[in-house]
Design a protein around this ligand. Structure first.
Ligand code: NAP
Length: 457
């Protein structure tokens, strides 16, 4: 039998497990999916915006994989803690596939970045997604004006959530405290700002269009921001997605205001140079006007513009975090690898693999992780003959418990789901997420089977 641990139960982890049990080259495979959280699905649960129900429903297909008899979900297991490092995992499993994503936000590197009121978009996303590490009261939303720095899909997500009325989110799984804060939100203006022109933006057209379709917000584009865009002169020279984005922002620039209660200002060619302080908190952002440099980038013009903001969300991308005991390329924020095989000191590290963002960096859509995980699993299967011969500890789960880990098994997770459904029923809402560790672990334990310390698939 080939025994494999997959670390991380987000899309890349689940797709890796699916590829492992779906192949025929090595017929007898058992997979343990370990996750630090008691809940599976990674960024599908804790990153995809609550109002993106269709993408969220992907959980149903991930669930079908995790219910396979050859796969065990073991949540609440933290790799890298209490003696459970990569070396220990190799004593328990023939192979380990790290699918740990890119958990940290990138920094802007400008003065004032750490002022109160300035947050990473990741923190905001974690808060409205009920991540148990995010304090439930992290965002009071007393700001009138918010600046979102960056023009990728995360920036679009957080701008949209800030601009939506709470009523529009009641039918989602947003936790109660976040919903109450959104209902009391004073935010009227949301500025989403890119340092390059619209042709250099990273958002996808479908996500961008949604901003223009919100019932409670007008979307505004300043025509002077578009005047610098060179792609207008020869739209045929740019990829179709860029052409579509250009069409959307051009339409918006010409659109009259509808008088809706909030406004989303989509801005371009503005590079953040400083977060401005006012009364000990962030009061605005100073931007330098940029212009195309002729080689696809931008250069500063020496002209500056301030945008008032009592809330700043930095949506400038994620970064991988090193796992102690695994090699790490700090420049790229990934584990060095070739086709998913971990490279340690210039050579392949037997039995160690990566998939997803920690393998290739934080890019692509959820579906990108399927071929990425498949490539990794193909590498693993090519190596399998050399890996299975290694003797292992008889019962890896017992070893995990001996190290002090208290795995939440699949039935524990189903109990959390049931508790969230019950919470929603009591509130007259669909299932509502439990936002704290005590609540999640308490719900998992209540089953009497499958919670920490209990067995059961
Ligand atoms: P991203 O797509 O890489 O966008 C990051 C943005 O930040 C870019 O506009 C980038 O501008 C800007 N930026 C970076 N450093 C900056 C700086 N120092 N100053 C100003 N701007 C800066 O990252 P993301 O939005 O975090 O998304 C990560 C991945 O998740 C993407 O693949 C995204 O598509 C995916 N995602 C998808 C969805 C969805 O499909 N609905 C939702 C969320 C996330 P430059 O281009 O100039 O560097």
């Amino acid at each position: 039998m080939l025994r494999v641990a997959v670390v991380g139960s987000g899309p890349s982890g689940v797709y890796a497990a699916q590829a492992l049990v779906g192949q025929t080259a090595v017929p007898d495979v058992r997979v343990h999916i370990l996750d630090r959280l008691p809940c599976p699905y990674g960024l599908v649960r804790y990153g995809v915006a609550p109002d993106h129900e269709k993408i969220k429903s992907l959980q149903n297909s991930l669930r079908a994989v995790l219910e396979d008899d050859r796969i065990d979900f073991l949540g609440n297991v933290e790799v890298g803690r209490a003696g459970l490092g990569p070396a220990k995992l190799l004593e328990l499993y023939h192979a380990v596939v790290y699918c740990v994503g890119a958990a940290r936000d990138r920094k802007l590197g400008v003065p004032g970045e750490d002022l109160p009121g300035s947050h990473s978009a990741t923190d905001f996303v974690s808060w409205y997604s009920a991540h148990p590490d995010a304090p439930p009261d992290a965002f009071a939303l007393g700001a009138r004006s918010a600046v979102v720095i960056g023009v990728g899909n995360v920036a679009v997500d957080v701008a949209r959530i800030l601009a939506r009325g709470a009523d529009e989110l009641r039918g989602t799984d947003v936790p109660e405290r976040a919903l109450a804060a959104l209902a009391a939100s004073q935010v009227r203006d949301v500025h989403m700002v890119g340092r390059r022109g619209p042709s250099g933006a990273k958002f996808t057209t479908k996500e961008l269009r949604e901003l223009g379709a919100l019932p409670s917000a007008d979307v505004m584009v300043d025509p002077s921001d578009l005047a610098l865009e060179t792609a207008y002169a020869d739209p045929a020279a740019v990829p179709a997605i860029v052409r579509r984005n250009l069409t959307v922002v051009r339409e918006w620039a010409a659109r009259p205001l509808q008088g809706r209660p909030r406004r989303i200002h989509v801005r371009f060619f503005l590079r953040p140079v400083e977060l401005l302080e006012r009364d000990g908190r962030v009061g605005g952002v100073r931007f330098e006007r940029t212009e195309p440099d002729g080689t696809g980038g931008v250069r500063g013009t020496g002209a500056y513009q301030d945008i008032e903001a009592q809330l700043v969300l930095r949506a400038v991308g994620y970064r991988g975090v090193p796992t102690e005991g695994l090699p790490f390329d700090a420049d790229r924020g990934v584990v060095p690898n070739v086709a998913g095989r971990v490279v340690r000191d210039g050579r392949f590290s037997p039995g160690e693999y990566v998939a997803g963002w920690i393998k290739r960096g934080p890019n692509g859509v959820i579906g990108t992780n399927r071929p990425c995980a498949k490539e990794t699993v193909n590498s693993l299967l090519e190596d399998a003959a050399a890996l299975v011969g290694r003797p292992l500890a008889a019962d890896p789960e017992a070893e995990l418990r001996a190290l002090g880990q208290q795995p939440v098994r699949w039935r524990g997770w189903l109990a959390i789901e049931e508790a969230e459904a019950a919470l929603g029923r009591a509130l007259g809402r669909p299932p509502v997420k439990i936002p704290d560790w005590a609540g999640l672990l308490g719900a998992a334990r209540e089953t009497g089977s499958g919670g920490p310390g209990e067995a059961g698939h």
